[in-house]
Write a protein that binds this ligand. Structure first.
Ligand SMILES: O=C1O[C@H](COP(=O)(O)O)[C@@H](O)[C@H](O)[C@H]1O
Length: 252
């Protein structure tokens, strides 16, 4: 049974700093236990702020970045280096500042990658990379998996009432995404739910409705359908938490 934590911070800056502190601690703890750690990155506005807060935190030096595997939860299927790719955003805000092992950085393929503009082939390639890293059928350890929450309750590129929400393969192409760009690749709900800790991060008043609905277990809402095997952590600013009842928040 997953433990649910709902943490509310006063504003987006405080939220980003708190997520950065928590992320650095999680990576340190996993490395102390197992030597290497696996994290899954997300895209979106709040993620950018978190990445910049990680780089600004002196505790980043306590993580051995050469033993961190970085994966992506979803990607906008665009050419390499496109500013709208989640990879580009993460590289600029986070990766470029860290002494990572390039072999442990696993972006989802771009639309001008080895398989060309075919998102199904890109999804299959990413599945193969995950399997290779796992060393056996299945997925490598996702010690922490970060997710934004869309205004419609989507997570990664799993959108409500879209066939991708029922996909059972670990990685899927997404066509006709309701949010641009229309073609994407994503980890699916079953893959996300293998992570030991899933963190849903949301800031701003536009997220208040979907956050409250997901916490209440609204059916068909991807944000309500994800959980860590050990912990599901909601990290919110006050605006995103505005409709979350007091009893649903974690004290402290
Ligand atoms: O398109 C996407 O949007 C979501 C949410 O982004 P936000 O800017 O509203 O926080 C993000 O989680 C996802 O990775 C991204 O591809």
């Amino acid at each position: 049974m997953t433990q649910r934590i709902v943490e509310v911070h006063p504003d987006p800056a405080a939220l980003a700093e708190a997520v950065a502190v928590r992320l650095l601690a999680r990576l340190r703890d996993v490395q102390a236990e197992r030597g290497h750690a696996g994290a899954v990155l997300t895209g979106g506005r709040v993620a950018g702020a978190v990445y910049r807060a990680v780089v600004a935190d002196p505790a980043r030096d306590a993580v051995d970045w050469s033993r961190v595997d970085l994966w992506w939860g979803d990607e906008r299927f665009l050419p390499a280096g496109d500013p709208d790719r989640n990879e580009t955003q993460a590289r600029e805000a986070l990766l470029d500042a860290l002494p990572l092992d390039p072999a442990r950085v696993h972006p989802m393929p771009p639309s001008d990658g080895p398989d060309g503009p075919d998102p199904e082939l890109a999804a299959a390639r990413y599945t193969a990379e995950l399997t290779r890293a796992a060393g056996a059928p299945g997925l490598p350890p996702f010690d922490v998996l970060l997710l934004g929450v869309g205004e419609d309750g989507h997570v990664a590129s799993v959108f409500p009432e879209h066939p991708v929400a029922a996909e059972s393969r670990p990685v899927s192409a997404v066509r006709n995404s309701p949010k641009p760009p229309p073609v994407r690749t994503t980890l699916t709900l079953p893959a996300i739910n293998t992570a030991s800790q899933v963190w849903l991060i949301a800031a701003g008043p536009d997220k208040a409705g979907p956050v409250a609905a997901a916490l209440a277990g609204a059916s068909g809402l991807p944000a309500a359908m994800v959980h860590g095997t050990a912990q599901t952590v909601w990290l919110l600013d006050a605006a995103a938490a505005a409709q979350v009842p007091e009893h649903a928040r974690t004290a402290g």
